[in-house]
Design a protein. Structure first.
Length: 662
């Protein structure tokens, strides 16, 4: 009797929800390992795939199977533990396995190329001495290093409490054990700052991974991590899929940040995958934040995570004083009260730096005709165009469309067009007029588009060449400004009006993070918070009792109305050029799914997205909700099978644990 044939199960970059079976070439079966790249025929083309498994049975007859074309790698490119993470992610996020694996590899590896050389940077000769830890920091280091194997720690400390020093001390001990550390930061803008801090401290090769790298540099950094050459690997969200030869710890800084959740294509959470990877690698995972997400605090309550608290600022730094400025009945100049302007002047005279936070870029969010009330809207989105003066255009912040500023109203032809509202450009212009002799640095997406512009602006701040800083949320995340003594939040009310149930949580996190930039060294900082709602209960709780009490109140509210983290959500989004198509499609899907629903799963909608039309496409959505994750995913498996049978002109996507629901 002949032995059963060997069959290769291969993941290829395809939107189809399956892996594909192939036959091996003669006499090569002994050299095959899961995680290797193979060149395979796929339809009328050839493509690079990843070997998932070698099996002895296929659902197709052998006569239907094609042989592979070539084995690209001599050893597996992807280690077994990382392959396990990919498979888990495919099951949990209901996304094609081939798209996930090949989509996360550096482009050169997706093309079947091999990187032989690695670029090793010149190492420092001497490392600066480590700082003395306080008792809370020392306890955190001891607890993390005492963990034998997998354990998730939530390192929660006020801004400036020395979380980074805890990371550094843990990594120092792991490097002595020949282990590697993977550090994830939310945005590229934080990568140079984080990299410099680690390079100054450790005399070891460090790899950096983010989307701005060239294909070659990204592939080289990836291989440095895989071969164990890089002892420290720093990257943004997608770096969670970087292989490590000797993994020792995974650290996620600013774990609450929404940037860790991918919002298009494969919609994964790098935070949640970090926890799963830690489990598969059997290593500790540290989630750090001054403003932990409600999900992480809930996991502490459920004893899934261990809480490590840093209640005070490190060294001699004191927490800033907080003052509410009631804007009601007050005259404002570009959104600034006279109280604020006087305070800015005082801090500049005392050689301090001032940060004004406004989370709205551009000059003004609305261009309005004073004669007839006409407003300039985007032709492709249900949104107003924002007026910019650098360059002088009207821009849509949703689809990127741009228009020239009209000389007259297109509707009534009057010339009196007025700009309404406030953006960072307008704030900068008003401050230049009020403080003509003081340099101003503005940091937002518009002012940091060119290469090295973010780094150059941060250097101006650190070198005290600009006493006034203006910034959006880009400036709120993890930056350390030694000479900043005043932080002013221009508009604290924006997070209080949103229909998104997460908006209040994010408002609290953002205000706390921005306020935490003040007084981080030896001078106590001051924070002014401008609001038209000084008596708002959540705002009052946040300012009087701090983020922890604020978060606990939000958790009680979420439990009362049965919203995450007490329930689990999945959002089926659809879009099409014709308005009726996505709504009709979701209505049909809902009707077909009703019989498949368990009692424990609710189906809400379909409804239009918060912005129904975006980039010329109409958008609708259907929400699945359950108290039980297992029941929800059972229903979603049936949904995916149903969606695969539908012929439609509608684009659809499934978002598990959505961070945006409107």
């Amino acid at each position: 009797m002949n032995p059963p044939p060997f069959i290769l199960r291969v993941a290829v970059p395809s939107p189809l929800w399956q892996s594909f079976d192939y036959l091996p070439l003669n006499a090569e079966i002994q050299s095959l390992q899961p995680g290797m790249r193979l060149k395979v025929p796929f339809g009328r083309r050839e493509t690079v795939g990843i070997l998932l498994d070698v099996v002895t049975h296929s659902t197709l007859p052998l006569s239907k199977l094609k042989p592979i074309i070539e084995i690209i790698d001599e050893v597996a490119l992807i280690p077994a533990s990382l392959l396990k993470l990919y498979c888990w992610a495919s099951d949990y996020y209901h996304y094609p396995i081939g798209e996930i694996i090949l989509g996360s590899l550096p482009r050169l590896f997706r093309q079947g190329k091999t990187i032989i050389s690695e670029k090793i940077e010149e190492l420092n000769q001497a490392a600066p001495p480590s700082l003395e830890l306080n008792e809370y920091q020392q306890n955190a280091v001891n607890q993390i290093m005492a963990s034998k194997g997998f354990q998730t720690f939530l390192l929660a400390g006020v801004t400036g409490s020395g979380k980074t020093e805890v990371y550094l001390r843990c990594i120092e001990k792991l490097i002595q054990q020949e282990k590697q550390a993977l550090i994830l930061v939310p945005e590229i803008g934080l990568t140079p700052q984080t990299l410099n801090r680690f390079r100054e401290r450790f005399n070891v090769p460090t790899a950096v991974l983010h989307s701005s790298l060239t294909d070659k540099k990204r592939a080289q950094a990836w291989m440095m991590a895989k071969r164990g050459t890089a002892k420290i690997v720093i990257g943004t969200r997608s770096a969670i899929f970087t292989p490590l030869l000797n993994p020792g710890i995974i650290i996620l800084d600013e774990e609450h940040d929404t940037s860790f959740k991918q919002q298009s294509g494969f919609r994964y959470s790098a935070r949640d995958l970090a926890v799963m990877r830690g489990q598969f690698e059997n290593i500790p995972v540290v989630l750090g934040s001054a403003t932990p997400s409600l999900e992480s605090l809930y996991n502490v309550e459920r004893r899934r995570y261990q809480l490590l608290s840093l209640p005070g600022r490190a060294g001699k730094a004191k927490l800033p004083s907080l003052t509410i400025v009631d804007l009601r009945q007050k005259k404002l100049i570009a959104g600034m009260s006279e109280d604020l302007l006087i305070s800015i002047e005082k801090h500049i005279k005392n050689k301090g730096q001032v940060l004004l936070f406004l989370n709205r870029r551009g000059y003004a969010p609305t261009l309005l005709c004073h004669g007839c009330g006409w407003v300039m809207h985007c032709d492709r989105c249900d949104a107003r165009l924002t007026l910019h003066y650098f360059p002088k255009r009207l821009y849509c912040h949703h689809c990127g469309a741009a228009k020239k500023i009209p000389p007259t109203c297109p509707q009534c032809h009057q010339q009196e067009l007025i700009d309404v509202g406030l953006g960072t450009e307008r704030l900068e212009a008003a401050l230049q007029q009020r403080f003509p002799n003081d340099d101003i640095v503005r940091i937002d997406r518009d002012s940091t588009r060119t290469k090295n512009s973010m780094e150059n602006k941060l250097n101006l701040i650190h070198n005290r060449e600009a006493p006034i800083l203006i910034g959006t949320q880009m400036i709120a995340k993890g930056h350390h400004f030694s000479h900043l003594t005043l932080v002013a939040i221009i508009d604290a009310d924006s997070g209080l009006y949103s229909a998104d149930f997460r908006a209040t949580e994010r408002m609290g996190q953002l205000l706390t993070q921005v306020a935490g930039r003040a007084g981080r060294v030896d001078r106590q900082g001051e924070v002014l918070i401008q609001t038209h709602q000084p008596n708002n209960p959540f705002l009052t709780l946040l300012l009087q009792e701090g983020y922890e009490a604020f978060a606990q109140a939000l958790l009680k509210e979420r439990q009362l109305v049965q919203l995450p983290p007490f329930t689990y959500l999945a959002l089926l989004r659809t879009e099409a050029v014709k308005q009726n198509l996505p709504l009709d499609f979701l209505t049909k899907i809902k009707e077909l799914m009703v019989n498949e629903l368990k009692e424990e799963v609710d189906l809400l909608g379909p409804v239009s997205a918060g912005m129904e039309r975006k980039a010329g496409r109409y958008r609708y959505q259907l929400l699945f909700q359950s108290k039980h994750r297992k029941h929800l995913h059972s229903v979603l498996n049936k949904l995916i099978s149903l969606l695969a049978t539908q012929r439609t002109k509608v684009r659809w996507s499934l978002d598990i644990d959505p961070q945006e629901t409107i």
